[in-house]
Design a protein around this ligand. Sequence first.
Ligand code: FES
Length: 334
Amino acid sequence: MTMPSNLCPNRMQIHSIIKETSDVWTINLINHDFYTYSPGQYALVSIKNSEDVMRAYTLSSSPGKSRFISITVRRLDDGVGSNWLTRAVKPGDYLWLSEAQGEFTCANVNSHQYLMLAAGCGVTPIMSMTRWLMANRPETNVKVLFNVRDAQQVIFAEEWQQLTNIYPDRLQLCIMAENPDNGGITEGRLNEEKLKVLVPDIASRVVMTCGPVPYMKNAQKLAENLSVPAEHFFMERFSTEPEAVNNEDVLTLKIRHRLIDFKVPVGTSLLSALEQNKQPVIAACRAGVCGSCKTKVLSGNYTTTSTMTLTQDEIDAGYVLACSCQLQSDVEIA
Ligand code: FES
């Protein structure tokens, strides 16, 4: 079987597929070669073993601790990658993965105290890091606050239970749900009052968060308000959750060469804005890694979460990666 893309040179065989919740599965992979990764990192997966469609998934396993290399995937209604991975592939099939990517890892952070904030499928790197910290840094204390919709949506429920039983003094888990329908789950959303009560020593902890972008931005603001130094706060740069832009403010996106414009909510990614308005755009990884969605912005304000494949000259000239560019004001692209 030939390598579909230079970006995904690692062939791995599916050992087993585990259903975590009604719409989340963990795919356990046997890797016949050496594969180096750090807890919390992600990899691109070639979808349908094709050259030009890749998706990024967190490696939910932990290096040196887990039996398999694992990815955990939430099935999205119109997700090309997630539908293939959760409906079509089966044990014995092969997947092609990139090298491990990403800076969101506790391996390079020197701390004995962590607060992990996760929402939904954002718990995947948090589990990878927590498992690794428990096994490799015996002096470390970890608090995990995990936000879910309801008790049925707790990804890795059994393993969380096991870990908290094995490490009762070093690991505290609090599961929070807006609709707690089961004992042991705290009601509500993440807010300042809850954090003050649940994590009174937050200012002395390294805070790491992963989840939908609005959740992570809220976590960042709360951490800032509660005196967590900026250098002790880390958030994942990509999200496999569907983009949840819930903003009444709208902006105008103009496409100069097509002489058209659209209204989109402030904060939408340029890639989503183009796709939602049926404009042609190439996007392979959707994670700011492959460079296929490079687009030139002529005017307007935006923020970026990745410029990984761009040169400084390109950035100065207004080029962005559409998947990693959040629109903040009226914007015109070439
Ligand atoms: S789709 Fe790969 S960088 Fe945007």
